[in-house]
Design a binder for this molecule. Structure first.
Ligand code: CU
Length: 134
């Protein structure tokens, strides 16, 4: 005969076994919430929009720890023939001459929203590098 305490003990033992089983499944499952660091490649072009210069795309999104490779193309036909691509947070300071693409590479090891600007002509429309917390 089983009294209520025995039933309760059996129930709790079963529940504990289920929790342990679920925990071990969770521990064995591959991590999906955070991607492994990878190399993110972008091509960004300088354009002239009604007299304003802007690097397009203006917003780049990566995850913390990623290696970021950005090919920079300046084919704006008007002078000056050089524009800057600067991300001060990562000491990126490229000068891109019309017709001569440049590539910058760095590790995005600081999360947050970081300014992108032309350090030669501060009147440009600025952009952002968004580094997501990993
Ligand atoms: Cu410029």
């Amino acid at each position: 005969m089983t009294d209520s305490r025995t039933v309760a003990r059996r129930y709790l033992t079963g529940a504990l076994a289920a929790i342990l089983a679920l925990t071990s499944i969770a521990a064995a499952a591959p991590e999906t919430a955070h991607a492994d660091p990878t190399t993110r490649k972008f091509t960004v072009v300088n354009i002239d929009y009604e007299g304003s210069k802007i690097w397009v795309p203006a917003t780049l999104v990566v995850e913390q720890g990623d290696t970021v490779q950005i090919k920079l193309i300046n084919n704006v036909p008007t002078d000056p023939n050089q524009h800057g691509f600067s991300i001060p947070a990562f000491n990126v300071n490229a000068v891109v001459t019309r017709g001569t693409p440049e590539t910058v590479e760095f590790v995005a090891n600081k999360e947050g929203v970081h300014d992108i600007a032309c350090h030669l002509h501060p009147a440009h429309v600025a952009g952002q590098l968004i580094v997501l917390d990993d």
